[in-house]
Design a protein around this ligand. Structure first.
Ligand code: ZN
Length: 247
């Protein structure tokens, strides 16, 4: 499917240098998988839907909680207790009726996760724990799918892009050793409300670049909201990585 970018909504993309009608059409034909529709996932999904990504699959088994509302703007107090993906899909479809949104209120693992990743052009890791992050990374490496990783904690956030050439480039797992699995999540350590939105919006930009073949993928980008400073780092392929080293 490749819808023609005739709509006024696409005007600013069509007139954008190095983007134009071709990239706009590729974006309309793209399928983006978003794992986790919390802070980063809400922002990424909202930006991608508004930009005209043709198909979004949203995966999250969680339900809306009052503590989510400070940083997850797709949800309102009336949504508390409902499945996040159902609420997010309804809200995004109302705002952007031209795109297809597939909500999946489940915890994907194993072959189901691999199939979902394989069906997408790019996967966004908007999850909040290392077990999910490592499982999604493995599925991306196994299927040769690009991964946009993002996270936010306390005053800080980070974004990085991996793959799809995992034989010659690092995967997400290359950055961590086994004992890193016990790192904090935002429930325990807290997070400032706008930080996940900052990171999720950047993830959407990286996904758009990936599916349209425009721009250059971001290096590992680290943001410290307490000082407003950014740092960019290179990630090296880890020869002992349990996921990608043998590829
Ligand atoms: Zn690796």
């Amino acid at each position: 499917m490749c819808a023609a970018p005739t709509d006024d909504r696409d005007a600013r993309h069509v007139s954008l240098a190095s983007f134009g009608e071709d990239a706009t059409s590729r974006l309309r034909a793209a399928h983006v998988l978003i794992i986790g529709v919390g802070g980063t996932g809400c922002a990424a999904a909202a930006a991608l839907a508004a930009a005209g990504a043709g198909t979004l699959t949203l995966v999250d088994f969680d339900r809306v909680d009052a503590s989510n509302l400070a940083r997850q703007p797709l949800y309102t107090p009336a949504d508390i207790g409902r499945d996040k993906v159902a609420v997010a899909a309804t809200r995004l479809a109302t705002q952007h009726p031209g795109i297809s949104i597939k909500p999946r209120a489940e915890r994907l693992a194993g072959e189901a996760l691999q199939a979902a990743v394989h069906a997408a052009d790019v996967a966004l890791d908007c999850s909040d724990n290392f077990a999910s992050r490592f499982a999604l990374n493995k599925a991306c490496v196994d299927t040769g799918t690009a991964l946009v990783s993002g996270s936010a904690l306390r005053w800080e956030g980070q974004v990085a892009v991996f793959g799809p050439d995992y034989a010659n480039a690092p995967c997400y797992r290359c950055m961590y050793s086994d004992h890193d699995e016990a790192l904090d999540d935002c429930q325990g350590a807290g997070v400032l409300g706008p930080i996940p939105a900052t990171i999720g919006t950047l993830m959407a930009t990286e996904a758009i670049k990936r599916v349209t073949g425009t721009g250059t993928p971001a290096r590992l980008s680290l943001y410290d909201g307490s000082t407003g400073e950014w740092r960019q780092l290179g990630v090296s392929k880890n020869g002992d990585c349990p996921v990608c080293a043998a590829r």
